[in-house]
Design a protein around this ligand. Sequence first.
Ligand SMILES: Cc1ncc(COP(=O)(O)O)c(C=O)c1O
Length: 390
Amino acid sequence: MGAEERAQVEDVFRSGGVLSRHGFDERRNGCFKVRDFEEAFAARMGVAHALAVTSGTAALRVALAALQIGPGDEVVTQSFTFVATVEAIIESGATPVCAEIDDTLNIDVDDLRRRITSRTRAVIVVHMLGTPARLREVLSVCEEKGVAVIEDTAWGCGGSLDGRPMGTWGCIGTFSFDYAKTMTTGEGGMVVFSGEAEWRRATAWHDHGHENNPHVPRWEDTRSASGFNFRMMELQAAVGLAQLEKLSRVVASQVANRDRLWDAIRDVPGVTPRGVPDGSSETADALVFFVEDQEQARRCRESLLAVGVSTKILPEAVSWHFAGAWTHMPKLVEAHGGSLSGEFPRSRALLERAVSLPVTVEMDDRLPALVLHALSEALEVPSPDADCRG
Ligand SMILES: Cc1ncc(COP(=O)(O)O)c(C=O)c1O
């Protein structure tokens, strides 16, 4: 955050202070930040259409509405994701079904294939912690089965697979700009579309059904279906325009810092990397690796915390990110036979021995040595002599 975001926000007030994306044309002096943000984001992602919304959770809900998914339909997603992915499915009236993950910590394609039934309308594939899912294989299964692909790209903004941005492989991609994400508008989200019809439906649905008919004033606007309100406001979009300009630089710094951390620890016995599909450009929001078992993972976490390095969400802090813990969601529990306790054994086994370190845009040069020292201690392997207490 800096002068660029502040200048964009000031521009809204200088131009008349209209905070709504629609209307008040005589007062806004041509200032349309949400519209500009959508156009700039679509251009950055190489898609025809983008729709700005109030959050990444709203983006998922809008995506499902655009595909007219509702009661009686099933939507498959993965066991390791943020609770929002399943919440959006439940809110749409559809039944959520979760699949196992593989060593990428994203959806396991064989298990996905098994979970698709005649009622499945869509799959929400998630690029957890900025690493692409096996998109080529997911798309191939979904094409064969006639199921739509939505990409939950909350963590993948600015990354790609085979040079194609994450979020633009499926028919719809969703993004989150909450304050913890690679680019942020405080709260906010974006939906991108490959199809014009879905974009039009989503645009109306996120705005009470408004069709924005150019031949009538907004209060007489035409409508053909009901909707809801998930409109982004001008100030969020102003910040988003400035953040989008910085996205490539932010991702490049995260990748460089993640690589410096990984280079420091890659040879520690017992440490193995997360699976990454060939052709991936990750956003590197986190450095994720595996150790041998849960006990070791816990020791790594304690040892890192003791020197002031937080581990992000794995292994114990996974409760908001693992479907096996969501007994508060009756629809999910029911879809999985009435109990989640024995569900997703392979996902559990992977997550239990995964460690995730946060990666920042600016990193203290002493951090790689500090992390190496803490891990060596936790895994009881000799550590190179380093002045780790700074
Ligand atoms: C995978 C995933 N999907 C969706 C969301 C929801 O985004 P938001 O916080 O903008 O509603 C998040 C947020 O962390 C997320 O991690």
